[in-house]
Structure formats: C-alpha cells, structure tokens
Write a protein that binds this ligand. Structure first.
Ligand code: NDP
Ligand code: 8X3
Length: 254
C-alpha cells in the first residue's frame, strides 16, 4: 500500500505542530522540520507510535540546507504528497516609521524567501507525484486586508497569495494543487514572537474573545489536502466568528 507523505515546515509549534497531529491521525507519514531540535524530538517521540516520522532541523531561509534536507530524505519519505509551507513569523509590532530594518528583512527572508526555497526544492518531487499532490501555503488575512502595524508582514503574505495563484497557472496539467490558506486571529506562539516575548501583550490580544486554535487551522489544511484530486481550493480565508472588518479610519481636525 502506498502511504501519503506530508512535508511540514514550522512543525515545532502552533499550526505546523497541530497539522502534524492531524495528518498522523489519518495515517500519513510525516516529515517534520523546524529550527528547534528538542521540539522536533518531543513531537516525533509522541507520534512515532501512530505513524512513520522523519525529522530534520531546518532554517527555511537557507536554500542550500533546504536542498540538502530534501536530497537526504529516506526512500520511504521521498515521494512527498503534500507540502505544507507554514513556517513564518511577524516581527516589529510598531508602526512602519519606527520598525527596525532587520525585522523587515527577517520577515521577507522567512515568509517569502523561505517559502520559495522549499517550494522550488520540492517541485520536482511533487510534479512526479502528480494527481492528488498539494502545496498548501499558509498566508494570512493580513495578506489581503491592510491594518496598522502590518507593514512588511502583511505584504509578505500578499506575496504568498499571488505566488499561490501563479504557481497554479504553471502547474496546470501536472495534477499538483495549490492553495493559499489565510487564517485570521489565532492563538499561538506567533503572538509572543511578534511582541518580543511580551506575555501581557499576548494575554491582551486574546482577552475576552475566542480566537482560532491551531487545531482549527490544521483541520482546514487537512480538509483541503484530502479533497478529491480534481478539486482545487485556490484560497481559503478563515476567521474566528468573533473577528470581522472595521470601517475605514478617517483622520479629522477635531
Ligand atoms: P508559531 O510561532 O506557533 O509557529 C511558527 C513556526 O514557524 C514555528 O514552528 C517555527 O519553528 C517556524 N519558523 C519560524 N522561522 C523559521 C525559519 N527561519 N525556519 C524554519 N522554521 C521557522 O506561529 P503559527 O503557528 O501561528 O504560524 C504559522 C504560520 O501561520 C506563519 O506563517 C504565520 O505567519 C501564519 N499565520 C499565523 C496567524 C496567527 O494569528 N497565529 C494567523 C495567520 C497566519 P522554529 O522556531 O522551531 O524554527
Ligand atoms: C496574523 C493574523 O489577524 O494578526 O497573520 O493579521 S492577524
């Protein structure tokens, strides 16, 4: 029997970790990557009883390291069925005019260059897999809707949306599907990273509301990936019920 293989970036936390658990539940083999080795070991130890797990320490910004991890995949993990391009981050919670250039570069290097590195390295494998294969790019509502202090983060997610559509055009005829999954407010370490570890800012963001949980996003990713091979979800924006849009901000003299 052929086992499906899912390759997940940023599997050490939040959506990526929850997605690993969701695919494991369905019996898929897992390739789990991220920078934190101890987290990968912990998750692999927990999931190995349920399914086959291969882990690789990987910083997606390093194109050569990405290539190496993919070249070194053991034979039973080499025929990847689904790539979940999830690794990403927001930095610089201040307005653009006060943001550090280094933080902007880190977001571009991770959310854009990193995603492109992994996609480019896995495209030959995915096109070989053909019908039923999927590339799931984790975008954000921030890629579509502007809001204050989103500056480069939102713009990097706009790249994810357009890159997903453009990939679809080129991959037509190969059977490989591409989706941009764009979540809204969700509870994860993302908010600690964005606010430089400020627990009070984290608590304030989620206070008295009901954000998405990583398991909600994982379920969405799993559903999109498991649809029949002839169905492609182009973009799926998912918000918590208690999040919506605001009126335009109008500056006034008084
Ligand atoms: P987390 O902070 O919980 O997880 C982020 C993951 O990305 C971690 O596993 C981290 O692993 C990995 N990562 C970060 N930088 C790198 C890197 N350079 N190389 C490899 N892996 C990296 O956040 P979420 O799970 O919430 O975020 C996942 C994705 O979802 C991101 O792309 C984010 O932009 C997006 N998103 C998040 C939303 C939210 O509100 N939480 C909403 C919409 C989209 P490690 O540190 O071990 O490398
Ligand atoms: C981050 C989600 O709602 O902060 O991708 O823009 S939100």
């Amino acid at each position: 029997m052929v086992t499906n293989v899912v390759f997940i970036t940023g599997a050490t936390s939040g959506f990526g970790r929850a997605t690993a658990y969701r695919f494991a539940e369905a019996g898929w083999s897992l390739v789990l990557t991220g920078r934190r080795r101890e987290r990968l070991d912990e998750i692999a130890a927990d999931l190995s009883a349920r399914t086959s797990v291969h882990t690789a320490t990987l910083d997606v910004r390093d194109a050569e390291a990405v290539r190496q991890v993919i070249d070194d995949l053991p034979a039973t993990f080499a025929k990847v069925t689904a790539l979940i391009n999830n690794a990403g981050l927001a930095l610089a919670p201040e307005p653009a005019q006060r943001a550090a250039l280094d933080d902007w570069h880190t977001m571009i290097d991770t959310n854009i260059t990193g995603l492109v590195n992994v996609t480019h390295a896995l495209l030959p494998t995915l096109t070989q897999t053909g019908a039923g294969a999927s590339i799931i790019n984790v975008g954000s509502v921030a890629g579509h809707w502007p809001y204050p202090r989103s500056h480069v983060y939102g713009a990097s997610k706009a790249f994810v949306e357009q890159f997903s559509y453009n990939l679809r055009c080129d991959l037509q005829g190969t059977g490989v599907r591409v989706a941009d999954i764009a979540p809204g407010l969700a509870e994860s370490e993302f908010t600690l990273v964005r606010n430089r570890g400020d627990q009070a800012a984290y608590d304030r963001l989620y206070e008295d509301t009901t954000p998405l949980q990583p398991a909600d996003v994982a379920e969405t990713i799993f559903w999109v990936t498991s649809l029949p091979a002839h169905v492609n979800v182009n973009r799926l924006e998912v918000m918590p019920t208690r999040q919506a849009w605001s009126p335009f901000a109008v500056e006034r003299d008084t």
